[in-house]
Design a binder for this molecule. Sequence first.
Ligand code: FE2
Length: 428
Amino acid sequence: MDLVIRNARLPWGTVQDVGVENGRIAAIAPGLGAAAREIDAGGSLLSLPLVDAHIHLDASLTVPERTTNRSGTLLEGIERWSQIKPDLTVDDVKTRARQAILWEVAQGAGAIRSHVDVCDERLVALRALVQLRAELEPVVDLQLVAFPQEGVMCYPQGQRLMEAAIEAGADVVGGIPHYEWTREDGISQLQWLFALAARHGRLVDVHCDETDDDQSRFVETMARLTAIHGLSGRVTASHVTAMHSYNPAYAFKLRRVLAAAGVSVVANPLTNIVLQGRFDEGPVRRGMAPIKALDAAGVQVALGVDCIMDPWYPVGTGSLLRAAWMALHVGHMTGQEEMARVFQMATAHGHAVMRPGAPRELAVGQPADLVVWDATSPVECLRLLPAARWVIRRGNVVAQTQPARREVRVGDAMVPLELVPESGHRSG
Ligand code: FE2
């Protein structure tokens, strides 16, 4: 054997040795013989690698160094991205994307599908990622989608750019029908894309109905085209957030059609929970007190964990920071200043709720109740959910945690990796 992972707890609970030969699992049994390399899992879980089925690596790590989003909305995001697109270079895209990929690998990902914006005469991002796909093949399976961020039918040269992207090495045909100017153009886009995919033997992964508009119904057309072109199992509808706005009868029909056609769905919970529902006026049911509106009205808002592994909430660790992270998402508080405000809710506001009239701040004369985080700013704290390195009460250390130490393979060496941009520009 080349590698034996000893005492690995398999997902179904039994503890076994797993032997590897020529890059494949050769044996799963207790007490396997010696191998060139051995890892003792010590009873820890062994699973398949995580798969990130949807990311935009070309735009990764551009905030806050290159641009920001004041409102935190999807449309401002597209606008900000198109403003910095002309300045992209192959080296710049590769540097940022490589970093993002290594972060994912270090956290358990074995495969990544990246959409790459091809609404760019130079196809800079795609050329960069095609190079990276080959360079990083030893550490990750990277798949590239030709993604027409600004449309195909209504964007100048949109069709020619998509064809050029396939020529340049994109693995998957992407799309964005709801972004075209009219419904008819959206349908034409899908018809044109599916023909392109069928002609070149490519998979399909379309940003479809990523809107709250209950009249955005392109995904049914995707199902029909999947059947017409015989592409069952080879087509993915990404985002499909309009589904949460459909009436129950239509939604029922649609689920049946998608299953029958063999169309997969990729959901993006982190981004869509902050981007969608922004036009809702009320009632906006997010399952949480409307903290953003309350805060804007001058109400003091603090946060709680509520439950840890109990009959109402079977997960949880008692991390208030994690509650704050969720509040940022569910509360639509991703605007640049809003994020720092969430951290205040998790700290000073909570003190004010518990001890009215004795406001806390970090200042001389105040009680020495303090935390040192493995992060450099409140916003970075919310991004990293870092270790609380030292927790201090009345001047005494009452808890301490070693931060995680990560390493990734670069060439032949394992090198240290921190989840902060190499540029040194950290969040917030
Ligand atoms: Fe996306």
